[in-house]
Every structure is written in C-alpha cells, then in structure tokens.
Design a protein around this ligand. Structure first.
Ligand code: ADP
Length: 969
C-alpha cells in the first residue's frame, strides 16, 4: 500500500513527502513511544500553523492534499484539490468535500474512513472524485494520523493520488480475464490447466459439469480415466511432461452419470524464458459419437466380410452393439414362417442371450413384447421401461427381474421385398429412449442383419438347387462334363465314369479329356473345345476310346460357361450314339431296300392319322398315284385320283377309320391320262399316345394281277358253268340211255301187240306176249328210276363231319378273286361254338358255291350302293345250324319267289335254272331246308339249315363220324 520510498541519500524521492513524513513518524511512535510521536507531529503541525508558509508548500505538491479532523470534517485542502474539484477551500471544508465524491462511492468511502479513524492507523480507500468539469476520476485516498508529542492524534492528513489510468488498466485486465473465463467456459471441450508436475490448477466449467464433481475432487483426475486406458494415459502424460513435447491421445473419461466417453486429449506446455514448461493446458474433445460411428463402420465392414464369406454373423452383430456401447445388449429373433409364425433364436450378445432364449419358439402375438409388436406393426418400438409398462406384464416382468434389463428398443428386420424376416432389439439396464446415434445404429444393423439372413436363405436355396441339379446330372444317362480350355476335366458325372470304364468318376477330375478322344478325331475335338471356350455353342460327333480300349461313337452338345476361376470353360453333354448310328445306318440300308422293293413290287406304304389330317407316303405311292414327289398328301388330293365309281369305297373307309377298324379295300384309280389302276389297300389301325387312331399300311398296285385274275376268274366261272352243264348233260344222257331202252322195248312191244291184235286174225297169244314184254320193260324203266334214286341218295351223299365255317371259308377263298374283281366287300360272321354237322362236304360246298355265285351275279349290275356280301353261320342252340348268304344285289321279285327253286327257272341270259333246285334237293337229302327271303332294303338272303345229328337215311356210318369231335352238342 505504501508506494513512497526514501532514497539512500535521505531526500524525498517521490511525489508524496507528506505520506512519508507521517508514516515515518507514525512508525516510530507506534514502535517506541506513540504518544510522544503524536505530540511531535502536533508540534510540527503547530509550527506550520505558526507561521511557516506551509500552505504554499503544500499547494506546490502536485497531488491533492487535505487535512481533516477525526470526526471527518476537513479543515484544509490544497490548491491542487481546489483546482481539480472546482470547489474552494471553504466549500470543501467541513463536510463540503463530500460533494466532490461520486455518490456511488461515498458510502463505502465514509465506511472506510470510519474504520481507519477507529483503527488510528494509516489507511486508504478508493473513490471517484468529480473534476471541476463534472468528470469523475478514480483517486486513491491515503490517510495518516498526525500525532502530537503526547502521542494523541490531532489530525488526519490525506493525499489523493490519481489512479484513473491504473483503474482503467485494471478494468481492462478484469474484462480480459472475464472474457478469457467466458471463452474457456464456453469452449465445447473440457479444459484443464496443470502445473509442471501434473497438479491440477484450473479447469473450465465444462470439465466440472462433465465430471459432476467439485474442483477439489477433480484434482484426483487420473482416477476418472477408464481402467483400461488409465495406465497408458498416465504414462504418456508423464512422458510428455518430462519431454516438454505436446501430448496427444484418445482416452475414456468417466461422466457424471457413471458412463465413460471417449475424448481426444491434447496437451500443450507454456514455457518460461528458459524454455521450461511452467504450465500445461489440456483440451479434451468429446469424440465418443465419432468413436462409436467408427466402431460401427468398422464393425459393419467386418460383418459384411463375414456375410460375404458365408460365415454366421448374427451373434457377432449383437456383440458388435455391446462393443460399441457397453450399456447396450442386443438380440435378434427370426421369424419362422413354416406353419404358424414363431420366433426363432437368431443371435444375441452374451447379456441378451437369456432374453432371446426365453423368446425362442414363442408364438408371435402382440402381447409377447415390443419385439413382437415391432414385427406385427412393421415399425420400430422404443420402450423406455418394459418392466413398468402395462402392455407386456407377464413375460417382461419375469425377464426384467431375471436380467435387470429395462429399456427395450426393437426394430423389424425387413427383406428387400419388404417381408419381415425378424426383429433386432437392444436391451439396456437403464430405462430410456435411444439417442439419434443409437437409432441410426439400429437401423443400419437391422439392415445388415437382413442382408445376412437373406444371404443365408439364398445360400440355402442355392445349395438345395445345386443338390437338385447334382441329382439330375447324376441321374441322367447322358454324360456331363466340364472341360477347361486345355482339356482338363473339371467336373464329371458318374455316367462318364461308366462310359470311359472308370468306376470312380471323380478320379477323372484333373485328367485330360483329349486323351480319351480317338486320335483321328482329337484335333477336331481340341478345336471344338477352343471354340466353345471362346463363347460359341457347338455340336460335334467324335469317337472315344475307353480305358479298356473300346471305341464308342459320341455326340456332344456343348455351351460355354464361367468356371470357378472366372475363365470360360466348356459344359458338354455327351451321348453314346454307337447303337443309334448303327441303327440309323441299318435304317438307311433297309429304307433303300424297301424303296427298291416297293418299286419292284409296286407296293407303297403309308402312315395316316385321321385326327391330324396327316398322311405320309412312301415314294412308291407317289408314283402309283402319279403325284409329284413331295406334294403334301390330303384326302382331297387322293380323291382326285380315285375312280369316280369307287369314291364311295373311300368314303366308307374314312367312316370306318373313325372307329379304328382295320382297313382292307380294293379300289380303282382313274389317272389323269385315263389309265385305270387296280389297288389293294390294307391298313392296320392302332392308337397313338393320345389315343388317336392312326394307320400304318400298304397299297399295292394289283392292276396286272387283277387283269390276269379277272381273265382266270372268267375262265373259272365258265369252267364251273361248263362242268355243271356237262355233268348235268352226262347225267341226263345216262338217264336217257337207261330209260330209253325199256321205253324202246315198250314202244316196240306195244306196236307189235297192236299189230298182232289189229291183224285180221289177231294173234292174242302174241299180243299177250308183247303186253307181258311191255310190262317187263315198264318195270325195267321203273327199276332204272329206283336205281337212280338209290344211286343219288346213297352213293352221292357221304357221311362225314363237316365244319361249316371251314367249308364256307374254302368256298369263299375259291371265289375271292371273283368277289374282289366285282368290288364286293365280303364278310363272314359265325356264332361261337358252331357245332360240327354230319353230311356230304362236297355237296354242301356245292350248295354254298351256288348261293355265293348267285349273290355275286345279283350284284354285278349294282353301281349305286356298296356291294356287300355277308355270310352268316348261326346255331340255334338245338339241332339246327343255319347258313345265310345275304347280298345287296337286285333282290327277288315276290311274285316269282315261288318259282326260284323250280328246275330250269332262270332270269339270266345264260342261266340254266337248275342250281337252286339241285341245292334244295341236296339240302333236303341232308334232312335240312333251303329258302329265300327278300332283304329289307336291297338284295336277298338265301338260307339253308341242316341238322346237327346224322339222319337215318344217311346210314349208320354217319353216327360214327359225328362223334369225332366234342363240338357236336
Ligand atoms: P340260274 O342261276 O342258272 O338262273 P338258279 O336255279 O341258280 O339258276 O337260279 C334261278 C333263278 O333264281 C335265277 O335265274 C334268279 O332269277 C333267281 N335267283 C337266284 N339267286 C338269286 C339271288 N341271289 N338274287 C336274286 N335272284 C336270284
């Protein structure tokens, strides 16, 4: 407080001699004899008032000087005081001086003054004094007591020194300090000031707030470093302080709420003039979010790598959450869509495992908890405190008790196609809602989980599909191989092993396929493989040689594909076509042979599928029909070649094809050049895989044969006719001869008798004789007739077992060409179990022949309808077998019906009219019956029936022969 000093020379060396005088005196009186000191001062004062022009001296002092009584009244102010304040000595005296003191400062000044006076010791105070112009300036009021010789205080002397400049400097300094503090406190970082030995000397507001403790408590700052970081941090701080080099590190510090956060700590030394650190200031920037974000990013990267490697990732993902924020425990529940929806364990960090295990297998219902609700609503659920939340009391109360977990934040895991795959949850012991960072983290990790889950699903699907393809490839009889550009076999199926004679096909992998290719085909195969590996699909036939040295002819279809190393390789599917090749060569040969044979035989083959209107012809058929080779064959086209009169046969054939009947047709062609051809068609019906009728058949050009057959047939008919006429003639001649003789005798005797009786003298005797001869000849004639009848009835009929079906077949066969040439469709129908009859086979066949010839002749002129001949053999179940011959011929006139069986009745130009009468005789001689009936529409039916049992008139031999066969009822 004392600013004046005495120089060594003993003279005043400062602006305030009064102060020194008073202080000096005061000090001397205070230490040895205060009262005397006071009196000496008094005396000095008195001496002033006693005549020394002290006032002038005081006025000369450049400071403001005044004296006052102990009660505060001023009795003197110097000239400078008056000049400064603008008050006169008089105005200032007493308490007038107070008017010059700043009203704000006056109370404090008076208070200080009182306490100084009370203490009796020098003192000082600061206050603003008003200048004459009204401007206030700061002054230091220094006051000392004037003590008389008796040591009593007689007065107080004061001097006011102008401290305006200092005050201003102080104000500026204070403002700077204030600003500095504001800046430091306003820094977003924690700031610590430490001494060179690490002792904490100052911290900013942020530091106190973060730590939540007092400055004193904060002095043990090292205990608030995370235990894992503490040792290293202390060591590096110490090293920095020892070296004087700046400090830089990342450390976790304890926060008021008990959590640790990451800080970037930077320390800088403040050095003295000699370069020694005298102070260290540390800035700690909160990088916790950045650290978490970095950890999250690094974790995500790691997880993605794991996903890419196909490693299970869900547990690691949950553990990552705990590593980023050790207050957060994570769990993943997956949705099991098989059957009803259930939760399935996906993954968990160690602390959340209990929760996840508890929910594993739980059905997905809204009451289950936030996890289930997040899945159902497909939106995040952030529950501050599940234990106290009334929505999920049952499960969560228990879980919360067991795990102490309170907060539960759940986020649905959505697939790319917006399907819910599961739920990602974070559980925390402390109730609360997630920060923005935590929400973002959950979103990102849920997305990562979706990627991982979908990857697992697609891996599984891929594996299944691979297994499926493997099974297909293994099951196929085709040989499948993957060949590298250099011929190395990369993959093979077991069929290749079988083909090459290597039981373990996998042993072929790594071997060169070229080695198995026959040497003469190897170069072509190598070129083929190169082409495929350059991206072209291909097909090749080549031979391979198996390990046993056997040769097989192969065909391969190959396509380029990407190999496991990214290069193009050949995927080949090979087939052993040795047998097929042989067969096709065989086929070619036989096709050539057949074509030749068809050409030579005049027979062509066809395929016809009526449903598809598809007709395939052999070349020979084109030639037969005179149609350009290769022309598409249709029924309409065929119809243009069929003889107009036979078109109905074609129509009938098409009709019959609809029910799938086998076809056999004879018809004619009328070719464009007017030539007529006779064809015989036979078609075998079968059903294709769709059940449609298709025909495979042959058409033979039978023109030559038909013409010769017709000639032959005509000849045969004539012969039959002639034979019939001849046999009848011979019979007639023989009968005539036999009868003629007795008749001649009768006539001769009768005329002789007449002459004898007519003579003038009748010769009675002679006449009697001639009458007796006439009688004899008459008897002879009757005998001839009897003999003839006997001959006819006994000798012409033999007794034998006759199978009528067989007999009819034989006769029909005899007339086949006749029937065919007349374009008649003949059909034979017979009941089952037709019994054998007994009779004369030749005579019965003679009857059948007659009836068939008559039927053919009756249809010969028919052109407007089908010529159909039906022979039906029936058994009435008793003793009669009936044979009926129906035709669609001219029919019988009912008026003439009775005459038909009369001898010599004929409506034909060259008919003899004895056929039917002989037939009737034969049938009746068999004990049967022959009759005719007109058909309902066209033609007539001639029927006969014969008994099964032998007739008496056929003799006993018949009975023996009828028993030859068990078929006779
Ligand atoms: P011919 O055949 O020599 O005329 P037949 O005694 O065999 O002698 O026949 C007598 C007649 O009966 C024939 O001329 C014919 O008028 C008639 N006739 C025979 N069979 C048939 C038949 N199937 N359809 C129509 N008339 C027939």
């Amino acid at each position: 407080m004392q600013s004046s000093q005495m120089s060594p020379s003993g003279v005043f060396d400062g602006p305030m001699p009064w102060t020194w005088i008073v202080a000096n005196r005061y000090q001397s009186t205070m230490t040895s004899a205060p009262k005397e000191a006071h009196s000496s001062i008094m005396r000095f004062g008195e001496s002033i008032s006693m005549g020394i022009d002290l006032h002038r001296a005081v006025d000369a002092i450049p400071g403001l000087v005044w004296t006052a009584y102990s009660d505060g009244r001023i009795d003197f102010v110097n000239q400078r005081w008056c000049e400064y304040t603008g008050l006169s000595n008089q105005e200032a005296s007493g308490e007038g001086w107070r008017a010059a003191v700043h009203p704000e400062d006056l109370p404090r000044l008076l208070e200080s003054w009182e306490s100084i006076v009370a203490s009796g010791r020098p003192g000082e105070a600061e206050a603003r004094l008003r200048r004459f112009d009204g401007v206030y300036q700061w002054f230091l009021f220094q006051v000392s007591p004037l003590i008389d010789a008796a040591g009593e205080i007689v007065k107080w002397c004061g001097i006011n020194s102008d401290i305006e400049t200092r005050k201003r400097a102080e104000a500026v300094l204070s403002m700077h300090e204030h600003c500095f503090q504001l800046i430091v406190d306003g820094l977003p970082a924690v700031m610590l000031l430490m001494g060179p030995d690490g002792e904490l000397v100052h911290v900013n507001r942020h530091a106190l707030e973060y730590a939540g403790v007092s400055f004193e408590e904060l002095k043990t700052w090292s205990t608030r470093i995370h235990p894992d970081d503490r040792q290293a941090t202390m060591a590096s701080v110490k090293a920095a302080m020892a070296s004087g080099e700046p400090y830089d590190a990342e450390t976790r510090h304890l926060r008021a709420d008990g959590t640790y956060r990451w800080f970037h700590s930077q320390g800088f030394p403040l050095k003295d003039n000699e370069g020694r650190p005298v102070l260290w200031y540390f800035f700690l920037t909160d990088i916790d979010d950045r650290k978490h974000a970095e950890a999250l990013l690094a974790g995500e990267k790691r997880m993605l790598e794991m996903v890419a490697q196909g490693l299970p990732v869900l547990d690691a993902l949950c553990e990552l959450v705990e590593a980023i924020d050790n207050d957060c425990h994570a769990g993943i529940l997956l949705l099991d869509h098989v059957g009803s929806n259930h939760f399935r364990r996906g993954g968990a960090s160690p602390f959340a495992a209990k929760v996840v295990d508890e929910l594993d297998g739980a059905p997905l219902t809204g009451k289950l908890g936030p996890c289930a609700t997040a899945v159902i609503t497909q939106s995040p659920m952030f529950v501050e405190d599940v234990a106290s939340d009334p929505r999920w009391p049952s499960v969560w109360r228990k879980l919360s008790e067991a795990t102490e977990l309170r907060a539960c934040w759940s986020m649905p895991i959505m697939s790319r196609t917006n399907e819910t795959l599961g739920v990602f949850s974070i559980y925390r012991k402390a109730p609360g809602v997630p920060t923005q960072f935590q929400r973002d983290m959950m979103g990102r990790l849920a997305h990562l989980a979706a990627i991982a889950i979908e990857r697992v699903c697609s891996d599984r699907a891929l594996k299944r599909s691979e297994e499926c393809w493997r099974a297909i490839v293994e099951t196929t009889p085709e040989c499948v191989n993957v060949v590298a550009r250099d011929g190395t076999m990369l993959r093979v199926n077991s069929a290749i092993g079988v083909l090459l004679g290597v039981p373990d096909a996998d042993a072929l992998i790594g071997k060169c396929f070229y080695d198995f290719v026959a040497p003469e085909h190897r170069q072509a195969y190598i070129q083929f493989n190169q082409d495929v590996c350059e991206g072209r699909k291909g097909f090749l036939e080549f031979d391979i040689i198996t390990v046993e040295g056997e040769r097989s002819h192969m065909e391969t279809h190959a396509a380029p594909m990407l190999g496991s190393d990214g290069g193009v390789v050949q995927l080949g599917v090979m087939r052993d076509i040795t047998a097929r090749k042989r067969a096709s060569e065989e086929l070619l040969r036989s096709a050539a042979l057949m074509a030749k044979a068809q050409q030579l035989s005049g027979c062509g083959s066809f395929y016809w599928c009526a449903a598809d209107d598809e007709i395939i012809w052999s070349d020979q058929l084109y030639r037969i029909f005179d149609i350009t080779l290769g022309t598409r064959i249709t029924l309409d086209l065929i119809a243009t070649r069929v003889h107009p009169k036979d078109l109905h046969l074609m129509t009938d054939m098409v009709e019959r094809s609809k029910v799938g009947e086998n076809l056999e047709v004879d018809h004619r062609l009328l070719l464009p050049d007017g030539k007529i051809k006779y064809l015989h068609l036979e078609g075998l019906a079968r059903r294709d895989s769709r059940g449609q009728v298709e025909y495979i058949g042959a058409i033979q050009d039978v023109t030559d044969r038909r013409e010769s057959e017709e000639a032959l047939s005509r000849l045969r008919v004539e012969l039959i006719h002639v034979a019939r006429v001849n046999s009848l003639g011979a019979l007639t001649a023989s009968i005539a001869h036999e009868i003629n003789q007795p008749l001649a005798g009768i006539i001769t005797n009768a005329s002789t008798g007449l002459r004898m009786l007519g003579a003038k003298s009748p010769n009675i005797e002679g006449a009697l004789e001639t009458l007796r001869r006439t009688l004899r000849d008459g008897r002879r004639a009757a005998e001839v007739m009897t003999r003839l009848r006997a001959l006819f009835s006994k000798k012409m009929i033999s007794n034998e077992a006759v199978d009528l079906i067989e007999a009819v077949h034989e006769v029909a066969e005899l007339l086949r060409s006749e029937i065919r040439s007349n374009r008649i469709a003949m059909r034979l129908e017979a009941d089952d179990d037709i019994p054998i009859v007994t009779g004369d086979r030749v005579q019965l066949q003679q009857v059948i022949l007659n009836l068939l010839i008559n039927a053919v002749e009756a249809m010969r002129g028919v052109e407007d309808r089908l010529r159909q001949l039906l022979i039906r053999i029936e058994w009435d179940g008793g003793d009669q077998v009936r044979v009926a011959v129906s035709d669609t011929g001219v029919g019988i006139d009912p008026a003439q019906a009775a005459k038909l069986f009369d001898g010599f009745y004929s409506t034909k130009k060259e008919g003899m009219g004895i056929g039917l009468s002989v037939c009737r005789t034969i049938i009746e001689s068999h004990g049967g019956r022959l009759w005719a009936t007109p058909n309902r529409r066209h033609g007539a039916t001639f029927s006969f029936c014969v008994p099964v049992q032998a007739q008496d008139n056929l003799g006993s031999e018949h009975a023996d022969t009828t028993a030859h066969d068990g078929r006779t009822p």
